[in-house]
Design a binder for this molecule. Sequence first.
Ligand code: 13P
Length: 254
Amino acid sequence: MRVPMIAGNWKMNTTLSEAIELVNEMRRELDEIGNVDKVICPPFISLAAVRELINGSSIKLGAQNIYFEEKGAYTGEISPLMLSDLCEFVIIGHSERRHYFNETGEIVNKKVQAALGVGLKPILCVGERLEENEAGRTEEVVTEQLRSSLAKIDYLSGLIIAYEPVWAIGTGKAATGKQANETIGLIRRNISELYDGEIAQDMRILYGGSVNAANTTEFLNQPEIDGALVGGASLKANQFLSIVKQAAEIRGRL
Ligand code: 13P
């Protein structure tokens, strides 16, 4: 059975001291919750400090982005190698990166390859925009993103997918559990076609987009949804703890 995962994407929020404060606020309680992988993804500048704070606990650490080269003259970028001994996960292809920073499928693909190459576990994000959703193109867009992101990759070791419809991110307008479950089922079928049925069955696929403590059950009760990638609500210790606790409870019952 797939272990559920709740990952908090802090995005470009928290100074170093705020990050430390937020981790201190939830560390003890978060550590004690079993049956679910708990991942926090603070900004780069706080990774080392947060790593120290969660050392020895069951809380896992992720970054929000990487560059695909190992090292060199790429001012301002962070390489997979730099992250490899700092954290376990890295978010790749988030829609904010695709849209604000023009990340193409090809770039996302290079990043996924680079992350896997150093043993980092990518949390690969895919999702359609509002106009694509309204035009009934969700399936086509998500399939294309998935196939381009995973092109030429034979081995998906530890890769996680997050389905994040762009229209649901930061808008307070989450998808319904049923909608998200359908698209995640489609993603799983694609993985089965591209790789094999066993890899697809073992792969964790999360939903992201306006997840909060009040709507967590809607998603975690769906059979295809293995957890959530949480933005805004992961910046509030009580909200994040509540989401993680609910995930553990729901999945513990199944
Ligand atoms: P919100 O939860 O703030 O909608 O953000 C979702 C997201 O983009 C997580 O990566």
